[in-house]
Write a protein that binds this ligand. Structure first.
Ligand code: ADP
Ligand code: MG
Ligand code: MG
Length: 353
């Protein structure tokens, strides 16, 4: 019996296009002898569109952008409602949400799938939600004893009333350079590096365009080292990789547009540094109660300090993204990685029943 796999991709987010590329790569990697693929496309308007079952690999992303004429309610994934090609009411065996950012990686879709009692790949509601909010995430890391940069956070309504005091607090507690970020995004959207008060003022205004809460962090000069974590209750850590940016920082353009950033895998770090990063990554995974996968991102300072920056609960997942490349170097090729994740999803679901 083939595994009926629902692929959920697209999404109403800045990472819509990346998600389509990921879906295409995953479809190409799946063994059609083992999997029956059911695409579910979320278009840029946020409508859910059910595509036909795929019996052959698709050629390009356009073939995955189904028209809204086959729009369904998200609840149509419910086992009692889902119709296959044969018009029989059947249940999908597992859902793979290939979505990034708000409304995909933040626990909302995960909550829907929990209610529908469907197994799904990756992190659950709590880890997804906590991982999406940089303030909550850092508070949990602090509680778990993980070393990180100093930070403060404010809501838009606090800022509107006490701007001057807030800037003063940032200057006193963090100094320059500092980084201002919307609490709830990814892909470097809305993030600014500030070197003085006028940049700080502009950065707050910019970040509040995206969120009602911002986090401000002390800026560090450091190498950026990342590892992949895979598993449920017994997570394993990949080799480490390094982001080598050619720019000031790893911003949205460097991530997706100019291709200027090099990935060094494995990273050239000492055994001790690797051990500390690996232990911290696993500790972070457990602290957020993660499951399936995360990519844990660190700063490695010149004096050898390992500081956790963040975890991403649905990291970039094309075959050229850091997470799959890290596992390839560790000995798990892309198709095997997908199968591992599907199995982890089913295992977690079975344990809960
Ligand atoms: P995102 O979730 O959008 O990836 P990050 O917090 O990882 O946001 O920030 C994006 C990039 O900005 C990082 O990869 C790094 O290059 C830079 N950066 C972020 N915070 C700091 C910091 N405190 N010090 C130095 N560089 C930082
Ligand atoms: Mg992130
Ligand atoms: Mg990041």
């Amino acid at each position: 019996m083939k595994t009926k796999l629902g692929l959920l991709y697209g999404g109403k987010s800045a990472e819509h296009k990346v998600s389509l590329q990921t879906a295409l790569a995953v479809i190409r990697a799946l063994d059609l002898e083992k999997f029956e693929i059911h695409p579910i496309y979320i278009n840029v308007e946020g409508q859910w569109v059910k595509g036909p079952q795929l019996n052959a690999p698709v050629q390009n992303v356009q073939a995955l952008e189904f028209s809204a004429s086959t729009q369904v309610s998200p609840l149509a994934l419910a086992p009692s409602l889902f119709q296959t090609e044969k018009q029989e009411k059947e249940s999908l065996d597992v859902i793979f949400p290939l979505l990034h950012g708000p409304n995909g990686e933040d626990g909302t879709v995960q909550g829907l799938l929990e209610l529908l009692n469907l197994p799904y790949v990756g992190n659950g509601v709590l880890a997804s939600a906590a991982g999406m909010d940089k303030v909550i995430m850092k508070n949990i890391f602090a509680q778990a004893g993980l070393a990180q940069v100093n930070y403060v956070a404010f809501t838009k309504s606090e800022w509107e009333i006490t701007k001057v005091e807030i800037y003063k607090k940032v200057e006193e507690e963090l100094g320059y350079p500092c980084f201002v970020k919307p609490a709830n995004l990814g892909s470097s959207v809305g993030i600014s590096k500030c070197r003085n008060l006028s940049e700080l003022e502009a950065a707050f205004a910019e970040a509040f365009q995206y969120d009602r809460k911002v986090i401000i962090e002390e800026g560090v000069t450091a190498r950026e080292i990342e590892v992949g974590v895979l598993g449920n209750d017994h997570p394993e850590c990949s080799v480490a990789g390094e982001i080598v940016p050619k720019k000031d920082f790893y911003d949205y353009k460097a991530k997706y547009e100019d291709g200027e950033t090099a990935l060094m895998i494995p990273a050239d770090i000492s055994e001790d540094e690797y051990r500390e990063i690996k232990e911290s990554a696993i500790r972070a995974f457990k602290a957020l109660d993660c499951s399936g996968l995360v990519r844990a991102d660190f700063f490695l300072t010149k004096d050898g300090k390992v500081l956790i920056n963040e975890v991403n609960t649905m990291p970039g997942f094309t075959p050229f993204s850091m997470f799959p490349l890290l596992w390839k170097e560790t000995g798990v090729e892309y198709p095997k990685l997908i199968e591992r994740l599907v199995n982890l999803a089913i295992e977690r679901h079975t344990e809960k029943q």
